[in-house]
Design a protein around this ligand. Structure first.
Ligand code: FEO
Length: 174
C-alpha cells in the first residue's frame, strides 16, 4: 500500500497533470482565434496527452489500494502575447513538471516504494521527450522570427501531429 505521504504527492501530481491539460487547451483556444489551426491541433493533442498522464496516476493509486482525491484546477492564462510566447511558456511549464516528477521519484526512492519507482521511470522518460519536442519547436520559431510565411509552414507541420496510441503508451508504462 502507498504511504500517506506518497499518496498525497501523487494526488498533487494528478492535479498538476490536469492543470497542464487545462493550460494546453487554453493555448489551443488562443491559436484558434488566430486561425493557426495546426498549432491549435497540436495543443489539443497535448491536452489529451496530459489527461492520459493524469489518468495513468489515477489508475495507479487505485491499483495500489489508495484513495484518489481530486482538487480544484487552477485557471490557466487565457491571453497570450504571440505564438512564440505561447511555445516558450509551454517549454517553461514542462521544465517545471520535470522538477515535480523528479521530486516525486526522489520520494519513491526515499520510501523504497519499488512499484512507484517503476511507474515514475516512465514519467521521467516522458519528460525528456516532452521537453525535447517543445524545445525543437521553440528553436524553429526562433529561426523564423517574424516571418509570416515561416509561421504558416510551421502551422502546417504541427497540424500533421498524430495522437499517440493509448495502447503503445500503456505498454511502455507496463
Ligand atoms: Fe504530463 Fe507534459 O507532462
Amino acid at each position: 500500500m502507498l504511504s500517506d505521504r506518497l499518496q498525497d504527492a501523487i494526488n498533487q501530481q494528478i492535479n498538476s497533470e490536469m492543470y497542464s491539460a487545462h493550460l494546453y487547451l487554453s493555448m489551443a483556444a488562443y491559436f484558434e482565434t488566430l486561425s493557426l489551426t495546426g498549432f491549435a491541433h497540436w495543443m489539443r493533442l497535448q491536452f489529451e496527452e496530459e489527461t492520459a498522464h493524469a489518468l495513468k496516476l489515477f489508475d495507479y493509486v487505485n491499483d495500489r489500494d489508495g484513495r484518489v482525491t481530486l482538487q480544484a484546477i487552477e485557471q490557466p492564462p487565457i491571453e497570450f502575447e504571440s505564438p512564440h510566447t505561447v511555445m516558450r511558456m509551454a517549454l517553461e511549464h514542462e521544465r517545471l513538471v520535470t522538477d515535480m516528477i523528479n521530486n516525486l521519484y526522489a520520494l519513491a526512492v526515499a520510501e523504497r516504494d519499488y512499484p512507484s519507482h517503476v511507474l515514475l521511470e516512465w514519467f521521467v522518460t516522458e519528460q525528456v521527450e516532452e521537453e525535447k519536442t517543445i524545445r525543437d519547436i521553440v528553436d524553429h520559431m526562433d529561426i523564423i522570427g517574424n516571418d509570416g510565411t515561416g509561421l504558416l509552414i510551421m502551422d502546417q507541420r504541427l497540424g500533421d501531429r498524430v495522437a499517440e496510441e493509448a495502447g503503445a503508451e500503456d505498454a511502455a508504462a507496463e
